[in-house]
Ligand binder design. Structure first.
Ligand code: ADP
Length: 491
């Protein structure tokens, strides 16, 4: 009696709900917490399975687990909802443990019930927010993916799977357009090495076989030490705007080609007209002079007057030519102190869209702390834009390897040397390309390099092209570092 009393005292003092059952599962004793929680008497609790103490949705499973445990004599462990005195169900973690005699016989079952309502609510809130997040990711008008730190695909949203028409395990680089696969692999490799975010414009094959343009952005998730935990990627369909851009660009190109042709035609007509006039007059006067000289006696006075007219017309033809030269002459450079590396950055910025669209990997090797140069900013920019533009066009047909462009700057004695190296189609004759009107392009004008040469020479520098050993071309130009070298007048 004494020991029973103290047992009750101890069990009532525990903040959990405790029940003691007979070996066949009948409730024998419950502590005060159980009586308080359920608001029922011990007698009522003995019939727990036929009352509303356990939530009706949980009851069949609870009864099943309980029965199997009694039969096997093994402990049970279950989570269920139990109705309190206030008619509210709360979640409990219930553990039933057999208490055995030394011979192994089960003497009693000790049942410990812990209130886990708060934990359950927190779990549910977490699940709810996860569900919501998942829904957002699935509803987003974009393809979303997650990759491991080494780039293996872990997850893609349903929208991406529907677009590709593939199962998760079938996704791979082959979904990208064959021309885009190699540059894409190279970009991925580089990102895996550097752990830096990267972006791509890539054609992706839809379930029906059509390729559409996507813009994709990949961001690494870093841990506290800066190590990549995983990669997240979002890709948007930009096909329609990309096509529109292409149509616009084509129209602009055609327009400018048409305008160039029109200008050249117009110009040649007016040059021909202006020069033909004095030339016709020269021929007529020459005939006249011949006639005066063949007279007997020769009329020297008239012949001299006619020859003077020939000289006058010759001068006026020369003037026409001079006027035309003046028309084409570059305006004199407006000098200011410039940082060539800044100009390189500006040019790459201006052409960034075109470089990205053409999948060109740009590298720079710019010597630090170069002296400033005295030059015309717009003209030097124009020269570099021209060279980079030509390089992009020279690499247009490359598809089986990365297209790489290297821009470098360094000091060479008293000069600054700038180089634009591509691995494009290459050139046959490095001198010929600088000739005015030399072009191999359908819509080319052949004036770009001629203008570059006149700009650089007007700055007292030199420009040339050299074939790279392994294909491609390097265009180089120098600019004098000292202003005294800048003596040559622009022509
Ligand atoms: P356009 O670009 O209008 O043809 P340019 O004077 O800029 O005029 O170029 C003349 C020609 O030089 C081009 O048509 C091309 O054949 C050749 N060329 C220029 N840059 C390169 C290059 N980076 N690689 C190969 N060929 C080039």
């Amino acid at each position: 009696m004494q020991s029973e009393l103290s047992f009750h005292n101890i069990v009532d003092g525990i903040s959990a709900l405790v029940a003691i059952l007979t070996p066949d599962g009948a409730v024998e004793f419950v502590n005060q917490q159980v009586l308080d929680y359920f608001g029922k008497t011990l007698e009522e609790l003995k019939r727990w399975a036929s009352t509303d103490a356990v939530h009706p949705d949980d009851l069949p499973n609870v009864v099943d687990v309980f029965k199997r445990s009694l039969e096997s004599g093994r402990p049970y462990d279950i989570e269920l909802r139990q109705r309190g005195a206030d008619a509210v169900y709360r979640w409990f973690h219930v553990q039933g443990l057999p208490v055995r005699a030394p011979d192994g016989r089960i003497l009693r079952w000790c049942v410990l019930q812990t209130d886990i309502e708060e934990r359950k609510q927190a779990e549910e809130a977490l699940q709810e927010s996860e569900r919501e997040l998942h829904q957002i990711v699935e509803m987003m008008p974009a393809h979303v993916a997650r990759m491991t730190a080494d780039g293996s695909l872990q997850y893609v949203n349903q929208r991406a799977l529907d677009y590709l028409g593939l199962e998760f395990g079938e996704i791979g680089i082959h979904s990208a357009h064959p021309d885009d696969q190699y540059p894409r692999i190279m970009r991925w490799r580089r990102a895996l090495k550097t752990g830096e975010p990267w972006e791509d414009t890539v054609r992706v094959r839809r379930a029906d076989g059509e390729y559409r343009w996507f813009y994709q952005r990949n961001e690494p998730l870093l841990d506290r030490d800066g190590h990549v935990v995983c990669w997240y990627s979002v890709a948007f369909d930009i096909h329609d705007s990309k096509e529109m851009e292409e149509v616009l660009r084509n129209t602009r190109r055609k327009l400018s080609a048409a305008m160039q042709v029109a200008t050249v035609a117009e110009l040649s007509a007016s040059i021909a007209h202006e020069i033909n006039q004095p030339l016709a007059s020269v021929v007529t006067n020459a005939h006249a002079a011949e006639t005066w000289l063949t007279h007997d006696p020769p009329n020297l006075e008239r012949a001299r007057t006619t020859l003077e007219r020939i000289i006058r017309d010759g001068h006026s033809a020369a003037e026409v030519v001079q006027r035309i030269r003046a028309l084409f002459k570059q305006s004199a450079p407006v000098k200011s102190s410039l940082d060539i590396n800044e100009i390189v950055d500006q040019v790459l910025h201006v052409l960034s869209g075109e470089l990205r669209d053409n999948h060109i990997i740009v590298e720079t090797e710019l010597e630090r702390d170069l002296p400033m140069i005295d030059a015309d900013q717009v003209q030097i920019q124009q020269t570099l834009i021209n060279l980079v533009h030509n390089a992009i066009e020279a690499m247009a047909r490359v598809s089986n390897r990365p297209k790489s462009l290297l821009l470098s700057s360094r000091r060479e004695g008293d000069d600054l040397l700038v180089q634009v190296r591509d691995d494009g189609s290459g050139i046959d004759d490095p001198a010929l390309v600088f000739e005015p009107f030399f072009t191999t392009k359908e819509s080319g004008m052949g004036m770009g390099l001629a203008i570059c040469r006149s700009i650089i020479e007007a700055h007292g520098g030199r420009v040339w092209a050299a074939a790279n050993g392994d294909g491609g071309t390097t265009f180089c130009f120098t600019l004098p570092l000292t202003s005294s070298a800048y003596s040559q007048s622009p022509s």
